[in-house]
Design a protein around this ligand. Sequence first.
Ligand code: UDP
Length: 460
Amino acid sequence: MAEENKNPHVAVLAFPFGTHAAPLLSLTRRLAFAAPEITFSFLSTAQSNRSVFLSDLNPPLPNLKSYDIDNGIPHGYQFKGNPLDLIGFFLGSAPVSFKKGMEAAIADIGNKISCLITDAFLWFAAGIADELGVPWIPIWTSGPVAISTHFYTDLIRSKIAVGPDGITVREDEVLDFMPGFSSIRVRDLPEGVVSGDLESPIARMLHQMGRTLIRGEVIVVNSFEELDSIVIEDLRSKLKQFLTVGPFNLCAPQVSVYGDDRTGILSWLDRQRSGSVAYVSFGTLMTPPPAELAALAKGLEASGAPFLWSLKEASKGQLPGGFLDRTKDQGMVVPWVPQPCVLSHVAVGGFVTHGGWNSILESITGEVPMICRPFIGDQILNGRLIASVWEIGITIEGGPITEHGMMNALDLILRKEEGRTMKEKVRRLRMMAEQAVGPSGSSNTNFQSFLKILRTVTSQ
Ligand code: UDP
C-alpha cells in the first residue's frame, strides 16, 4: 500500500491576461484556508503576480506562496499595442516557463508536486501532469455555456460549414443539437469556433482545451448550477466531474483597496437617487474605438442620467471636447473603481458593460440590469445570454454604440417597465446565487466535494 503523503504540495498555474489570475487566486485562497495541511504554489508572470497579490488585501496565508515565471517576451521586443502579441509569446514559452517555475517551487518548499490546478486555458498542463504522475484539475473562470462551445467545437464544426461563406448563410440558425443551446445562434459563438481565424494562438488553445477537458480529474467553474442547469448537467454527464463553485465574488469577497473611499466614488453614489445611476466599464482589456467612445459620452450626457465611468486615463483624450466640464455635476469619470462595491450600491440602476464573465457575475450579485456591448471571445455569447436567455439586459449586437442608441438603452433600463422587469429577473438570479453559496447550497456543496477530491488525490 502506498504511503500517505504527509506534505501535499499543489502547483496552481495561472493565465496572466485579462481577469483570469484574480479569480484563480481567489479560489486558491479558499482552498488554502480550508486545507491548511496542503501547500499551494501559485505560478504566474511577475506582472500578473504583482497585480493580483497587491490588490488582494486579505491577510497572507502561510501555505500559499507565489512564484514568478518568464513571460516569453523576446529580448528587444517593442510593444506595438496589440495584447494578442503578448499572449502569443507567453503561450509559446509557457510549458517550459511553468516547468522551471515548478522546479523553483519544489526546491523552495522541499516537497514534490502532488496535483496541478491550472487555468483551463493551459490545456498542455494535462501532459505535464502525466509526466509528473499527478492529476490535472482545470479551472474555468468564465461560464458553463462558453466552455461547452469549446468542448463541442469539433461537433459544431461538423454540423456548421466552417469559413465565412458557410457562416454567413447560417448565422441565425440555433445550435439546437447541443443541450441547453436552443436560444444560442451560430453568430453568438466565440470567434475561432467556426468563424474568424481558426488557427490563431487563442483559437488553437481553446480548441485543444475543449479536446483535453476529458482528462481533467474534475473541472471547476466560476458559476452556480441554477444559472445554466441544462448545460451543466450535460457537461457533468460527459466529463469525469464538473463542479460549479461560484460566484467567486460572493464566496470570497475581495477586500477593496478603495475601502476608505479615497476617490469619493462611494460618497458620490450615496448622494444619488436609488436605481438612477448608469455605471460604465469595459473591463481590464477593452476600450471601445474612438467613435463609439464619443457616441457613448454624448448618449450619457443627452440622457441626463447620473453616471460613473471607469475609463483608462489614456482614453480620456478621446472624449468629446468640453464633455468632462459640461458633465461635472452629472457624472464621474475615473480610471478605476471598486466595481463589486459600485454594483452593489443601491444608486446604480444599469451597467454598460463588455460582457466579461466577472462583470456579469458582479452585476447579478448587485442586482443590476446590463446594456452589453460585446467585443471579443465569450463576450458575444454572454451578451446573448444576458438579453435572450436570462433576460436581464439588452445587447448592442456587433456595435457600434450610437448616441441615440445609448440614450434609448439607458431610458429603457433606468426608467421603463422593461427595465423594471429585468431588475426583477436579475433579483431572482441574485437570490439563487446567494442560496447556492449558502450552507446547503449547490456551490457550497460542490466546493466541499472539490476539497474532498483534492485531499484524496494529494494524500496518495
Ligand atoms: N474592475 C474593477 N474596477 C474597474 C474595472 C474593472 O474592479 O474600474 C474589475 C471588475 O470588478 C471585474 C474585472 O475587473 O472583476 C473585469 O473582469 P471581466 O471578466 O468582466 O473582464 P476582463 O477584464 O476579463 O475583460
